[in-house]
Ligand binder design. Structure first.
Ligand code: ADP
Ligand code: MN
Ligand code: MN
Ligand code: MN
Length: 346
């Protein structure tokens, strides 16, 4: 028997966006535990805005587990928050609202800033560094500084050790701004892995005295880019049948539900989706082929040969958005597309 360090990780009840929380328990297993072997656990919901003081226990239900590359015999346990009965999802549990669909695939592109001493890493104590231009995909000390690359590399290795489907890294347009991508097959997988990847990034940067700033426009109304979390998505039907009629019906549904989407695409998005810096205005839904100034970008590969088949990119979700809430709303809108649009396409 080996003693494993189980880190139970969950989302609290803070609004407009939840924070990650985690605590450790030690348990003995013959080998690295399976999800089924991991017990329910509890926590004090009154400290996380998930319960009132007098009856404050909430239940943690493990939903995914990963090897923890930073800890000997460590297990990262992603949990859903449940009511005391252990079966009713807590009101703050957005994962439980995602339609179960093994054929749904998501790819999230997480942009973020590293912050030290209250400003983006590499910014001078007063004023600004040289304007945007050389930083995006840049190399060299004056472009990326001296520790950022070490951090993103370590983060990548932690994600890979965990079995998270991290797909890539790039330095972003603003100084101190970076991106990584996570792709997953199944309606909840990429969102689970995105939350776990965020956890690993925040934990890793503690010892550097660096915070991860997820706000979508931390430098306000300046010439410094904001941060997004583009959501690339496809369903099995979109990938295998598709068709122009179905695509148009889908875009109609996205247009009609634009407000429901913006409501869960992260706070302060009106400050980022201004129509500038490769964004579409937050309150006006649009789509276009290869158009990075549209709400939804339709890749060339999608329209190729008039097939209208493959994946689409919703560019509106921001860096602070909850991937559970985002995936949930996208699948809800797709599910609302009339089936008649499908028969018309077939
Ligand atoms: P860009 O920055 O040009 O928008 P990225 O390479 O950063 O492109 O991100 C593209 C994302 O699309 C990746 O996360 C990728 O996994 C995802 N993706 C690719 N194919 C599909 C698909 N069929 N369904 C859902 N997501 C997909
Ligand atoms: Mn990208
Ligand atoms: Mn980007
Ligand atoms: Mn993108």
């Amino acid at each position: 028997m080996t003693k494993y360090k189980l880190e139970y990780i969950w989302l609290d009840g803070y609004k407009p966006v939840p924070n990650l929380r985690g605590k450790t328990q030690i348990k003995e297993f013959d080998a690295f535990p399976t999800l089924e072997q991991l017990p329910l656990w509890g926590f004090d919901g009154s400290s996380t805005l998930q319960a009132e003081g007098h009856s404050s226990d909430c239940v943690l239900k493990p939903v995914a587990c990963y090897p923890d590359g930073a800890r000997t015999n460590g297990v990262l346990v992603m949990c859903e928050v449940m009511m005391p009965d252990g079966v009713t999802p807590h009101a703050t549990n957005k994962r439980a609202t995602i339609l179960d669909d093994p054929g749904a695939w998501f790819g999230f592109e997480q942009e973020y800033f590293m912050y030290k001493d209250g400003r983006p890493l590499g910014f001078p104590t007063a004023g600004y560094p040289a304007p945007q231009g050389p930083y995006y995909t840049g190399v060299g000390y004056s472009n990326v500084g001296s520790v950022a690359r070490e951090i993103v590399e370590k983060h990548l290795d932690l994600c890979l050790a965990a079995g998270i489907n991290h797909e890539g890294i790039n330095a972003e347009v603003a100084k101190g701004q970076w991106e990584f991508q996570i792709f997953g097959k199944g309606s909840k997988k990429a969102a689970d892995e995105m939350w776990m990847a965020r956890y690993l990034l925040q934990r890793l940067t503690e010892s550097y005295g660096i915070d991860i700033e997820y706000h979508c426009k931390p430098l306000g109304d300046t010439d410094w880019n904001g941060s997004g979390m583009h959501a690339n998505f496809s369903t099995e039907y979109m990938r295998t049948v598709g068709g122009k009629a179905y695509f148009e019906a889908m875009m109609k549904a996205f247009g009609e539900n634009w407000k429901e989407h913006i409501d869960v695409y992260g706070p302060d998005n009106d400050k980022r989706l201004t129509g500038k810096h490769e964004t579409a205005p937050w309150n006006k839904f649009s789509y276009g082929v290869a158009d990075r100034g549209a709400s939804i970008r339709v890749p060339h590969s999608f329209v190729k040969g008039d097939a209208y088949k493959g994946y689409l990119e919703d560019r509106r979700p921001n860096s602070q958005g909850d991937p559970y809430a985002i995936a949930s709303q996208i699948l809800k809108t797709i599910a609302s597309v009339p089936t008649s649009a499908k028969s018309a396409a077939a």
